[in-house]
Design a protein around this ligand. Structure first.
Ligand SMILES: *Cc1c(COP(=O)(O)O)cnc(C)c1O
Length: 401
């Protein structure tokens, strides 16, 4: 049977859909139609791929991490270098795609939510690139924690709106962005930052991020004349992971591994961000149905991860589905192991990885020694770690101020 999710209602098996107020249904229907037209329009994709090439710097290379692999003494580790993209991560693939869609729909303004600020910066970047107004919603606590990214967004011409409700973090910023969208839907496009949210967002974000896996398929063929034995990616909302996995879904010889943020351990309540690995119940948040960390009253749990980009209580609906049908294995890596993988890549390969990506890397570092020397693990290095050096310094007891 060939894989064909989502269905026409935006469901991936029992997950996804669009659970939104009546006012948003009109906006989502308009987006669905615009995206269906774009999806079948070769010119849209030609423009998208031209921008990825000339503005983002794609294709990003696949690099054999030879010294790290030799040190571990098992499987060979290859890295998909999304860290080399403009803005330093995979997020720009998606924001370029959504900005082109916004332009096609005649919208003059984009809004976005952001936690650590990475998606906010990627959205402000494309708004500047395409000459659109940009407003970014950000939790008040995150604005304080992520001051350099707030300034980056301002340099790029975006307005940053502080969200004071709830836990004053990403979850609340996303609620506020959805609320703003209802109010300004006529001239405003909402750029969602991960493969989540109401339909059709999980599908379109996946389609834009798929460039990662599609490039890998060609590059692995060139490099080793076959596909990897394992492909591994970190999972926050799940966009870099689905971008790598989706083109491999029908290639059953490739094991697919999604790594969630284990924080201080998946047994510790509120101290991780691993809804799948911790067997969280199904719930609805931000307009879609998926596994969702909740307390016994169904309230969304607080979360923790050393990496801000993985610190989200839910997960994109396609990952919930891929877990349920058994095509992708999901596991969690704790803060300490991610931190150790971060240092390993710095020292063995001269690459400072994002803390998010370090989770996927940690899985490879732990499992490579148990595998054969002729086996291959492909790790999606979703971003670079320049943004994380203050966090890391603090964690190892160094004061940079
Ligand atoms: C935002 C981010 C992530 C997490 O988002 P996904 O949608 O799960 O990919 C991972 N890595 C980096 C570098 C990020 O900036």
């Amino acid at each position: 049977m060939t894989y064909s999710a989502p269905d026409k209602y935006g469901f991936f098996g029992e997950f996804g859909g669009s659970f939104v107020s009546e006012t948003l249904i009109k906006a989502l229907d308009e987006l669905k139609i615009a995206y269906r037209n774009a999806k079948n329009d070769p010119e849209f994709w030609a423009t998208f791929h031209r921008d990825l090439r000339l503005y983002v710097g794609r294709p990003s290379p696949v690099y054999y991490a030879k010294r790290l692999s030799r040190h571990l003494g098992g499987a060979k580790i290859y890295l998909k270098r999304e860290d080399l993209n403009h803005c330093g991560a995979h997020k720009i693939n998606n924001t370029i795609g959504q900005a082109l869609l916004a332009k096609k729909m005649g919208k003059k303004r984009v809004i976005a939510e952001t936690g650590a600020g990475q998606h906010g910066v990627a959205s402000a970047t494309v708004a500047a690139r395409f000459g659109m107004e940009c407003t970014v919603f950000m939790g008040a606590d995150d604005i304080i924690r992520q001051a350099p990214n707030v300034y980056r967004m301002k340099l790029l011409g975006a307005k940053v709106v502080s969200v004071d409700s709830g836990s004053r973090t990403l979850k609340d910023a996303m609620n506020e962005a959805l609320r703003e969208w209802v109010a300004c839907v006529d001239d405003t496009f909402y750029i969602i930052g991960t493969a989540a949210g109401p339909a059709p967002y999980p599908e379109l974000v996946r389609d834009f991020q798929c460039v990662i896996g599609n490039e890998c398929k060609e590059q692995m063929q060139d490099l080793i004349s076959r596909q990897p034995d394992v492909a591994v990616a970190c999972v926050g909302g799940g966009s870099n992971a689905i971008g790598l996995f989706y083109p491999y879904i029908e290639e059953k010889s490739v094991r697919l591994i999604g790594v969630e943020a284990g924080g201080l351990g998946i047994q510790t309540p509120n101290q991780h961000a691993a809804p799948i690995s911790s067997n969280s119940p199904i719930g609805v948040l931000h307009g879609f149905k998926s596994y969702l960390m909740q307390d016994e009253n169904g309230q969304v749990s607080a979360t923790h991860s050393v990496s801000a980009g993985l610190d989200y209580p839910g997960v994109g609906p396609e990952h919930a589905h891929l877990r349920q049908i058994g095509r992708v294995e999901y596991t969690a890596v704790n803060d300490d192991k991610a931190l150790s993988a971060f240092h390993d890549l710095c020292r063995f390969e001269g690459i400072i990885p994002a803390l998010e990506s370090s989770h996927a890397l940690a899985w490879a570092i732990e499992n490579a020694p148990t595998m054969n020397k002729d086996e291959v693990i492909l790790v999606n290095l979703s971003g670079r770690g320049d943004k994380d050096i203050n966090t890391v310094a603090k964690l190892v007891g160094i004061n940079l101020d």
